[in-house]
Design a protein around this ligand. Structure first.
Ligand code: SF4
Ligand code: SF4
Length: 342
């Protein structure tokens, strides 16, 4: 494992980090085991968030004995000063630490949110005070919107930016990477598998390793998943013409309008199981219509309850036309079901 600078922060982190979402579904003991294994295999960068349920607490439980050997990044969705302070105290308490290395404003989606954060009653003032008091070392931001991400970097108020970075979503490579690098902003790559639609781990990391200053944070849910990715990083990287062709095939298959399974759109007031239903065409093409009809029957039937209220669209960071896509996917499901006589 190599250790690389995180922008101009002066800190070095392992070239691949640990994304803190999948440990939510593990028991405490399992999560501790996976986290300790990641640390033993050389991973020193741990990214979590206040909204990831007990992820911070699990990281605190496992890694507080090696606190000064690791870099912890967490996030708040609060935009107001009071809410920010509440989240910061919760993060410090759950992570069992006196300081957070990197505190990020989570999922800043539009100018209005940025105005709230940077207003006189906003969270930024408290973040800067916390930095002076030594409770935070660096301040970062995360976003899925390229215009907002660039706007925020231009303020020069942030040490890092976290953005979807993978071979399907090219905005990070084409619009964000060089600009952030020139400004000394650390880049953290969320969604290295584009929310699960890239099912070829080796190919995903062949692409990402071409940008050694970008730190991907794949989620880990087992000792094996840690070993798989660490072993990739312990081998030389070579991107062949055949790899580039495969990446292009994925791009052609998915286009830009696809679900990244982030689940920000949930919950639906009618109980529509949006995320699995959004993934129906991919499951059908990667597995088979037979498998997709059988496994996704309940989510697909739940889409019939959609009233097109639009709440989910407002919450989707990719502004996907969710009700329309659900209808299209249901028609495909129904066509498969009729054809297969299931
Ligand atoms: S538009 Fe449909 S799927 Fe989306 S929140 Fe409303 S009812 Fe649920
Ligand atoms: S529809 Fe949008 S918000 Fe919902 S899981 Fe997919 S990408 Fe995320």
């Amino acid at each position: 494992m190599k250790y690389v600078p995180l922008g101009k922060t002066g800190i070095k982190v392992s070239e691949v980090g640990f994304g803190g979402i999948p440990i939510i579904r593990l028991s405490n003991d399992e999560a501790v085991k996976v986290l300790l294994h990641a640390y033993a295999r050389g991973i020193t960068f741990y990214d979590t968030a206040n909204m990831y349920r007990d992820s911070e607490a699990k990281i605190g439980r496992a890694l507080s004995p090696v606190r000064n050997k690791i870099i912890i990044a967490t996030k708040t969705t609060r935009r107001d000063a009071k809410g920010f302070l509440k989240h910061l105290e919760k993060s410090l308490n759950d992570l069992n630490t006196d300081y957070i290395d990197l505190y990020q404003f989570h999922q800043v989606a539009n100018v209005e949110e940025w105005q709230k954060i940077s207003s006189n009653e906003g969270a930024l003032i408290e973040a800067e005070k916390a930095k002076k008091a030594g409770k935070i070392r660096f301040i970062g931001v995360t976003s899925h919107n390229i215009q907002i991400a660039i706007k925020l970097i231009k303020t020069r108020l942030f040490d890092t930016v976290q953005f979807p970075f993978n071979f399907i979503e090219q905005d990070a490579k084409n619009k964000l990477h060089k600009y952030s690098k020139d400004k000394g902003i650390g880049i953290i790559a969320m969604k290295p598998f584009a929310g699960g639609v890239i099912d070829n781990t080796a190919l995903a990391f062949k692409y990402l390793r071409q940008f050694p200053d970008v730190i991907p944070i794949p989620g880990f849910d087992s000792v094996q998943s840690v070993d798989d990715i660490v072993s990739i990083y312990n081998s030389p990287n070579e991107v062949t013409d055949q790899d580039l062709e495969k990446m292009e095939e994925y791009r052609q298959e998915l286009g830009r309008v696809f679900c990244r399974r982030c689940e920000y759109c949930q919950p639906c007031p009618e109980g529509v199981m949006i995320t699995p239903a959004m993934g129906y065409p991919i499951v059908a093409s990667r597995m088979s219509p037979q498998v997709s009809v059988e496994f996704l029957k309940i989510p697909m039937e739940s889409t019939l309850k959609c009233t097109e209220c639009g709440e989910c669209i407002e919450r989707c960071p990719y502004e996907l036309p969710i009700p329309d896509l659900l209808k299209k996917n249901y028609d495909l499901f129904e066509a498969h079901r009729v054809h297969l006589k299931i």
